[in-house]
Every structure is written in C-alpha cells, then in structure tokens.
Design a binder for this molecule. Structure first.
Ligand code: F6R
Length: 364
C-alpha cells in the first residue's frame, strides 16, 4: 500500500522520521539518555579490528560507520565491497569483528563474506532488515534495523535505519572501550533523538528539489562531492541517481577533485556538494571555487552557516537546519534521496522497479 504516494519509494522516503524513531527507540534508553544494545556474544571492549562488508547502498552505510567507529572507539576499521572481500582472501586479525550489512539478508556476496569471516575465526555481527533471512541466521549476533518492509528497489529507509543502528553500535563500542565519557554519550543520544524532527524539516525541501530536478533531468552526467561522512553519502547520492533516473553520476571525495574528475567540469555539469558547516567546510569551499571557476553548476546542500560562508555562485542552495555532525549523514540522506526521486519522476522511468535491477541479489 503506497498510502497517498505515487510510488513506494516516495512513501518510504516520507516515512523515515517515524521509522528511524522506532529504530532509535530500540537501541536507546531515552530516559537515561544512553545507548542500550541487546546482549551480544562477545565483549565490545575487546574488539581489536573491525571489517565491514556489504554491497551497494548497504556498503555506503558501512563506509559512514567506519568514520564513527574510528572516531568514537579508535578501533581500526576496513570497509570492503563484499564481492572483493570474499575472493581476496583478506587476512583477518584474530580478535576481530566482521560486520555484514544487508537489507534483504540474502545478498549472495555478503553471505559468502560472512561465511569466509566465520571460517577465519572472526565474530560476525549482522545488521539486517529481514530478521528471518539467511544472513541473520548464520551470524553470531544480529542487530535488526527495524525499517519495516522496503518495497522500492532503491534502498532509502533501510539506509538511514542502517545508519541509526550503526551509530548506536559505534557509541556502545566507544563507551565499552572507555573512549567516550558518559557526557559524550548523553550528548550523542540527545542528538540521535533529534533526528526524526530534523528529517521532517528536511522533507520540506521537496518542492524546491522538484524544481531543481528539472535542471538535473537535462544533464548527461552529475558529480556528487563530499568530505568525511559526507563522502560515502556522495557515493550514495550518485548511485541513487543512476539507478532510478539512468543519468550517469559519480561520487567523489572533495579532495580527489583535482586528481582527475575536475577535467569533466564545464557549463553543462551539475555538481551536488554535500557540505554542512563542519570542521572541514573551508576545504569544501575551495572545491566549490574550483568548480565555479570552470562554469560547473553547483547545487549546495548545507546549513544556514554554510550558505552564508560559501561565497560561490550556486544555482541552488538547499538549506537544512544546523545539527551535530554525527547526525548529518542520516538527515542529509533526505535531500539526496529526493533529488534522485524527483529527477527520475521527470525522466519518466519506472521508479520502484528500475530496469535491470532486482530488490534482492541472491546470485553473484
Ligand atoms: C541501491 C540498492 C542496492 C542494495 C544492494 C545490497 O538502492 O538497493 O545497492 O543496497 O543490492 O542489498 P542488500 O542490502 O539487500 O544486501
């Protein structure tokens, strides 16, 4: 049932404030302002290394979590494409944890990676949406993301609920290792509790994004740029746009711009810059200046301070409320998803069932 939406994808984008609140309520003690994970069959304080593996959008959720885990728990993390991880005979450190992330819990390469990690004596934690799936059954422990059924082939609410679950896990490991103080934990939990409201605010950008999408729909190629946790979000934005609108898109880390992709930029090239006003904002401003100098059309997704301080000609600024950096990838997912959605609708593609794609990839 699509409710009053035209597509399942729209319904699933719009239900995110409610759904993510549900996920957070499962992993947080709201009264105590603490993270409270279910009992796990291994000691979080003893984890020496984490390997994260998944495919597609789930992989990008893992790539965001890598930043959180390294920051909050100071644990070395390697994030890898499941189809590469499984065949590379990746050496895995004893005492390591492997995190597999999957909406369906049936993705062939992710499942094979799980089995490989187990053979290597790793503990395996599955972050899945379908709790009865093969991946959930075979893992040592499961953290369900509780997004509810996702029907649209393009993953939306599963992505943000994966992020919510992984954010809670990162804080729990940081606390277990004594690297986050109780105050840090309270502060982070309060920030997580604001996410549903911030997402509701972000959804109000929809009419603006719809207008903007008329420009994007005319583009041959679109570049997405971000730094820090907004880099995996740039990759996710590009994936989402190509899979449902069939417009070619690439995501890059801002710092990589001058190492190649800058050659693509001319007056016909829209560049979506995902840049809240964070500690590396100035660096992103230099990237935007480089794009602007070559006539690239900047679409800046930022906050009021970022909009104020970015003295570049942007064709559009999409302005979100100010928020703590940790919650940005969850909230900034909303405009990223809406850009892809509205552009695809204008292109007239089959948004919920894009060509050549399946919701669950059970063969490699
Ligand atoms: C993109 C998308 C895919 C999936 C990928 C993994 O919108 O949906 O990239 O994220 O096929 O699927 P799961 O999460 O089921 O393992």
């Amino acid at each position: 049932d699509k409710g009053n939406h035209r597509h399942f994808m729209a319904k699933e984008i719009y239900e995110q404030p409610e759904v993510i609140a549900h996920t957070f309520s499962h992993y947080l003690d709201l009264a105590a302002e603490t993270v409270s994970l279910p009992e796990l069959p291994f000691d979080l304080a003893q984890i020496q290394h984490i390997s994260i593996t998944a495919c597609g959008t789930a992989l990008y959720a893992g790539a965001v979590a890598e930043y959180w885990l390294e920051r909050f728990a100071r644990v070395p993390v390697s994030t890898d494409i499941a189809s590469e991880f499984r065949y590379r005979e990746t050496p895995l450190t004893p005492g390591g944890l492997t995190i597999v992330i999957s909406q369906s819990g049936e993705t062939a390469d992710t499942l094979a990676s799980l089995r490989y990690a187990k053979e290597c004596g790793q503990k395996v934690l599955a972050v899945v949406n379908v709790p009865t799936s093969t991946i959930a059954r075979e893992a040592d422990a499961v953290l369900p993301i509780l997004a509810g059924p996702e029907i649209g082939v393009a993953s939306t609410k599963a992505f943000t609920c994966q992020l919510a679950t992984l954010a809670c896990l990162s804080v729990a490991i940081g606390r277990a290792k004594g690297l986050l103080s109780q105050d840090d934990e309270h502060r982070l939990v309060r920030a997580f509790m604001e996410v549903p409201r911030l997402m509701t605010e972000a959804l109000k950008l929809s009419p603006e994004i719809e207008v903007l999408s008329r420009t994007l729909a005319k583009a041959q190629d679109v570049l997405y740029l971000g730094r820090g946790t907004n880099f995996p979000l740039a990759l996710e934005g590009a994936l989402k746009l190509k899979e449902i609108s069939y417009i070619h898109a690439e995501g890059y880390a801002g710092g990589e711009l001058k190492h190649g992709p800058i050659a693509l930029i001319d007056e016909t090239m829209p560049v979506v810059v995902i840049a809240p006003h964070d500690r590396i904002f100035d660096k992103t401003v230099s990237n935007m200046e480089e794009v602007a100098a070559r006539g690239g059309k900047i679409i800046l997704v930022t906050d009021p301070k970022g909009a104020d301080e970015a003295h570049v000609d942007a064709v559009q600024k999409l302005i979100l409320p100010e928020m703590p950096a940790t919650v940005c990838p969850m909230v900034y997912s909303i405009p990223v998803q809406l850009i892809a959605y509205h552009t695809a609708v204008i292109m007239g593609t089959d948004v919920d069932q894009p060509r050549n794609l399946a919701k669950s990839v059970t063969v490699e």
